[in-house]
Design a protein around this ligand. Structure first.
Ligand code: AHR
Length: 610
């Protein structure tokens, strides 16, 4: 193939927000994922079969039993508790309960873990609660402490667990947390919690390794919260942001459409702080009166409470301290408003067969634009009665399907709505995607960059998966993890490279000849004096590429990042996390007419200096 670039002839600007993040509570993305809470089922959900993830501890002659108390809890939002009766216990023979965490608990040496629990004494004088991190296999106590004396009122007890050097074989995730008594008595317990050090040391914060990985993608925005999670199966199970604010004991939790309960520890303010920590912008998704099982609220008076709720939400994000919801945000510890340019009205409303979205979008649009004319409002599907500012397109495809649609946006009307590709992925490989998917994704990104006058934003989905058995509801994800470690699919690195090496303008260019499985995109940054050329070889053979770069005086050396695979099935995994990662090299003897060979199954970024 010959690729000709006219570096001094910009065709259009690159959208400055092109690459971003989309997440939702799926595949244990927050609970058991980014949200660093280590205790699973901390609100003691239970049914006839028991309390998932909680079991008895009876050491030696220690004896205990527990059951649910549906009527006694520390707050109206958490009105139930675990009722623990210890009938026999002493210092050598403690009894109580243990929690096995989200597929274990990662315990590291010389680390401080902070936590708390609500408790009140129902009967007897049980004294203090002993809180310990214990190795599953050896029974060794890795860190331990006691609470203050328990008493008859509901009270929150704080604790700190500090590990020292750990015994050989104890570093890992095969650990659990125990709450035991050393005197008989009956106590009600609620909201046990334990956090490791978090990203930027935020209380109630995020896992540092996963935040580092997100930062490594060089994103510009977070669609929050995206996907089905926003809608819920039924309206009562939507992401009801007002129920996710404030102290954890004031968050009732809710069932999510991916069939597990969300702790709502990742609430609206935590989402916003996440954007702040990555120095990115929220793209706020508001519930728009349609839920997955088909319930919809027609435009008009019935929809008004939801529209008002969205207006309140926007005020919570952007309002100053003199506004009602800005003042509430201030009380919650964040006086500074967050930046906001985009609001998305609903999610995948094309599935609403009633046709109510047209009216719903229009009503939200009217009310939001009146209060916030500067905001861009994203429709989740085309509407007939008006022209939305932006439309959210979703693509889940095989690499071959992406290859076949790379010209989809080339001829689209530039006077209509802008495009947000709010969810997209090449779904090849599981749990995370493979090298074939990396090629499909990279090819699609070349077309998005070429059309980035139209496509204002794009975000891959799903971003996260907990790779433990039962952790995945949707295969083909970007970042995999267990309690202890995390890794990126090959495509993670392709996306990181595409976002890191992105110019401000798309110059004139063309490709002639060569394989139809060789793709490219080129952007320039005149201020930085750079040309970024992305090349994708979707074939299994080396591909010669003649690079003709006109309109620039090029430095003799260019920097190259190469992501190559031996087969399309090759991939990264929890046990082989860095099999396919970018390899840096230097291209010497650069001139305006360069013969280059692209290795098979490869994504390459070449940075030329001008
Ligand atoms: O990303 C997985 C799901 O795909 C999202 O929840 C939904 O919006 C889409 O159908």
């Amino acid at each position: 193939a010959t690729i000709t670039i006219q570096a001094d002839k910009p065709l259009h600007k690159v959208s400055p927000m092109l690459y971003g993040l989309m997440t939702e509570e799926i595949n244990y993305s927050y609970d058991g994922g980014l949200y660093a809470e280590m205790v699973r089922n901390r609100t003691f959900e239970h049914d006839w079969s028991g309390f998932e993830h909680w079991t008895l501890v009876e050491q030696g002659t220690g004896r205990a039993r527990f059951e649910g108390s549906r009527t006694d809890g520390p707050t109206v939002d958490l009105p139930s508790s675990l009722h623990l009766t210890v009938s026999a216990a002493d210092a050598q023979n403690p009894a109580g309960i243990r929690n096995d965490g989200y597929w274990g608990m990662a315990v590291r040496p010389d680390t401080t873990y902070t936590g708390s629990i609500f408790a009140h004494v129902v009967d007897g004088t049980p004294g203090v609660l002993t809180v310990s991190l214990v190795n599953d296999n050896t029974g060794k106590v890795l860190a331990t402490t006691t609470t203050q004396q328990l008493n008859g009122d509901w009270k929150q007890y704080q604790y700190v667990l500090k590990t020292d050097k750990l015994p050989a074989g104890s570093v890992g995730s095969q650990n659990h947390l125990q709450f035991t008594l050393t005197s008989p008595g009956t106590v009600d317990l609620q909201l046990p919690s334990l956090f490791p050090p978090t990203y930027k040391n935020r209380a109630n914060g995020n896992r540092a390794d996963l935040m580092d990985m997100l930062a490594g993608m060089h994103p510009h925005f977070l669609r929050m919260p995206g996907g089905n999670y926003l809608e819920g199966d039924v309206p009562e199970e939507r992401f009801n942001w007002k129920a996710t604010l404030g102290p954890l004991q004031n968050r009732p939790t809710h069932r999510s459409p991916w069939n597990y309960t969300s702790t709502d520890g990742m609430g609206l303010l935590e989402f916003l702080e996440w954007t702040e920590d990555l120095n990115i912008e929220p793209v706020l998704a508001v519930y728009a009166g349609y839920s997955l099982k088909g319930a919809h609220i027609n435009a008009g008076a019935a929809l008004k409470p939801y529209v008002d709720d969205a207006l309140d939400e926007i005020e919570f994000v952007t309002g100053d301290q003199n506004t009602k919801w800005g003042a509430i945000r201030t009380q919650l510890g964040h006086p500074k408003p967050f930046p906001l340019h985009y609001v998305e009205i609903g999610n995948e409303d094309e599935f609403d067969r009633s046709g109510s979205y047209d009216g719903r979008y229009k009503q939200f649009y009217g009310a939001i634009k009146q209060a916030y004319p500067q905001l861009q409002l994203i429709a989740t599907t085309p509407v007939k009665s008006m022209t939305p500012d932006v439309i959210d397109d979703h693509y889940y495809k095989q690499s071959g399907e992406f290859y076949a649609m790379l010209n989809h946006y080339d001829t689209m009307d530039r006077n209509g709505p802008k495009i947000f590709v709010g969810e997209w992925a090449t779904r090849e490989g599981s749990p995370t995607t493979n090298a074939g998917a990396m090629l499909g994704d990279a090819a699609f990104m070349t077309s998005m960059e070429r059309n980035s006058d139209l496509i204002v934003m794009a975000s891959y989905a799903p971003l996260f998966v907990n790779v433990n058995p039962g952790g995945m509801q949707w295969s083909g994800d970007l970042i995999g993890y267990d309690a202890m470690t995390s890794y990126g699919a090959p495509s993670y690195y392709a996306q990181a490279l595409f976002s890191q090496y992105l110019g401000t303008d798309v110059p004139e260019s063309q490709k002639s000849g060569g394989s139809d499985r060789v793709f490219y995109s080129v952007t320039t940054d005149a201020a930085k004096g750079k040309i970024f050329l992305k090349l994708v070889n979707g074939t299994t053979t080396p591909q010669p590429v003649q690079l003709q770069i006109n309109g620039a005086k090029l430095a003799r050396e260019a920097q190259v990042e190469t992501l190559s695979a031996a087969t399309q099935a090759e991939t990264n995994s929890i046990t082989d996390p860095r099999r396919i990662v970018p390899v840096h090299s230097v291209l010497k003897g650069v001139n305006g007419n360069l013969q280059h060979t692209l290795p098979p199954l490869t994504v390459q970024v070449i940075t030329f200096s001008m």
